[in-house]
Design a protein around this ligand. Structure first.
Ligand code: GLN
Length: 194
């Protein structure tokens, strides 16, 4: 069984772990550098990017995590996508690995959270009901980045650059497991190209 890490500093890592079980992978909560051993990939959950980054630095996980994400498949959802971004509007980047520029809290406050049906490149079937909670948008994406989904107004909310995947929304909060399956395919190498 594939072991997939879920960064467990803060945020909704438990929901991702449940989804991973449902799609037949073994989730591993990652809190220390040792937890990264023998993982085939990692998911960075939604939560608060500044808090997740701060705790990772305080516990010595930050650099090993960055190192891991340079070669292994990594998927950031919401706050996790902010962690991956090379640029954050008005702030210094965290891991700074993916060639995207994000704007935090792009849709306003908690009360402005919403659900939107999304057509995602590479997913078969009905649009995915995407949950946005104080979500970032991907304000721009570099040349090597494949845009996987946009809102009706054209704003980018899912993108992929090789082994890195970023989504603005929370696919772990609905019963739809297709994006977790997509990530597992990435990990297995079955989706090396989109
Ligand atoms: N607003 C959070 C941040 O900027 C992200 C919100 C989320 O992960 N749901 O880090």
């Amino acid at each position: 069984m594939l072991k997939i890490g879920v960064l467990a500093m803060q945020g909704d890592f438990r929901e991702h772990a449940l989804m991973l079980r449902q799609v037949g992978a073994e989730p591993v909560e990652v809190r220390t550098p040792e937890d990264l051993n023998q993982l085939a990939g990692i998911i960075m959950p939604g939560g608060e990017s500044t808090a997740i980054s701060r705790v990772a630095k305080a516990t010595g996980l930050f650099e090993p995590l960055r190192e891991f994400c340079t070669t292994y498949p990594a998927w950031g959802t919401c706050a996790g996508a902010i962690l991956l971004a090379r640029e954050i509007e008005g702030e210094a980047p965290h891991l700074g690995l993916m060639d995207i520029r994000v704007a935090r809290n792009a849709f306003g406050r908690q009360i402005d959270s919403f659900v939107a049906p999304l057509n995602i490149k590479g997913l078969i079937g009905a649009p995915l009901e995407a949950v946005f909670i104080r979500a970032p948008i991907i304000a721009s994406a570099g040349q090597g980045v494949d845009v996987l989904a946009t809102l009706e107004d054209g704003r980018i909310v899912a993108a992929r650059q090789g082994h890195l995947l970023a989504t603005s929304f929370h696919p772990e909060l609905t019963p739809d497991t297709r994006l977790h399956e997509y990530f597992l395919d990435m990990v297995r190498g079955a989706r090396l190209v989109v």
